[in-house]
Design a protein around this ligand. Sequence first.
Ligand code: SF4
Length: 639
Amino acid sequence: ADVVQNSPEGEKDIFLTRLRTMGEEARYIIHTISKILSEGAKKIALITSHPKIRHEIVRWLAGLNLFPARLQYKDGLANIIRREVKEARSIREIDEMLERRFLPGLKEALRNDLCPVEASSNIYKIARVLNEMSSVRDYMQDGLDLNTYKNIISYALEDVDDQEYINWPVDIMCLRWGDTIYGGTHVSIIPSFYQGNMPPELSSSPFFQDTSFLPANAPLFFTILFPQTETRVALAAYKLNEYILSSKDAVYLTYPALDESGSETYPSPFATIINYKELSPPAHLPIPYEPAEDRREHVAMHVKHELDRMMLDREERPEIIKDPEVKADISDRLKNATFSATSLEKYKACPYQYFMEKVLGLKPIRPKMPEVEYKDRGTIIHTALELFFKQDTQTLFAHIRGEIPFEVIEKKMTECIETAIKTHSDLIAEKDTALIEYFKARGIATCIEAIKKEKELIEEMGYPLIPKYTEWSFGMEGNQPLVLNLPHMREPANLNGKVDRIDVDETHNTFSITDYKTGETQSVIGKIEKGEHLQLPIYIEAVSKLLLNDKRPVGAFLFSLKRIEKKHGLGIEEYRKFYFPSINKKVFVEEKVWQNLIDTALRFAGEYIEKIRSLEFREDISSCKGMCDYKEACRYAKR
Ligand code: SF4
């Protein structure tokens, strides 16, 4: 108690909040974190060993992993280390740099529950390499010169994928009671601040408290093994004091009125000696997950599907349509349908999924979430970028010519996000206000990074391809479809789609296509050959035939908003150096191969449409990963 009382607390605020139950406490903490984040993503330490609270909060935070928060690592951490090692002037300088600058951060990252698995395996590799360097030094001793040492490190880091970067959702450390907050934090949140938990209840076993048999000068270590009352209280007080001192702005202490066994609790006795302010929770705390009622229904539905699955060999299978009238009716409907590239890709991935979505018209059930849903975030960001390129392309080029500063672009982009959020107000209705603000801040940051990247790409071009059309559609909104002749059916098929952006070089009569993806992108060429990717070839064909038939296509690319990169797609080699010198060489092919790839995609599209029109929806579960939106309703899903 003395330790806490006598420590300088500085200007920080300490708040104590009493909640009714542990569930409410978890919800309050989520609410508090989102509020703090919306005020600017600060560093937050959540310190709790309570499994329920940890689980609830970590699960919720993991859902926020959309926008890269640490773009400065986009070059790859291994790359950064290699660069710095190369510039070092002595072995000692390298050792100090590795030990002081990189290793502590990497170790902290590995302990962080929120570090995504893909990043942690990468971090692990780097940490292992850096750790091994000390053994290398010991082994080689004086026989090691500076250049050899640099080469060894550079070589060892070579197989770490430089494109991977640490992508923490937010700066939150999820620590257990007793852990140290490395590097301090802005805000600490300490739940379960009640008597019996803080300080912990003393053991009822007299053995561990009876220290009378110890000699008077027993080593300090023994006092931990056989703690007396004062030792345990002092240890807890010491840790609490350390957490308060490590928090720059505020400490939030919370406790539930009832513990897990339903017994009434009292605030920790430490509360009597801390200068805290009482903070009441808001009247309405949003529930971050579906209510328990829904969960019960959810389980019941699983049980029902499991029973169905056990009867897989029964005769009635909805996807095998036998009734002639129903058959005729569906055939008629499909004959007049227009098909999008993505729906045909879905058919290729799983005909049964296509059947549920397009023939039965089932809609997946989405759990209620407090934050803006993943797919809706994509829609809003697409609209914002569309607005920007519609209204502000000239401003971007004025900036490229050095006539205006980048701040003007940032302001315009912020306005576009605000307008996009207003346009899609239905998508954010009933969402947590603090999380909408958080999404807005992240959305602005992502779009600004995307524009910076586009600017870099434009600056490299021999002659610029200028964004001219955004969200150009065909086969929808009253526009002409792309007509596709089918090899075995008389009736041709109509294709539709919406192209995010078309850039045109009027001087050389060329154009390119960009499609924004909210998540990761993957290599396209191999997928076209297997009939798994149709979108870009169909878009190229549609723009060439219906919009710009006097111009030549030179490339079509996917822009990953998660990675801020234009790495995958398809381009013509002849134009690579002129228009796209820094885009991945592997996506460029000779003009003949380019045309073959487009023909291949159109052939696959025709094949799928013929199968759909022939009502072939038998499931192909060989490639099912049990991850699709319809798995709840699917008897074949692997669970
Ligand atoms: S769960 Fe698998 S088999 Fe079922 S619809 Fe989805 S992808 Fe197809």
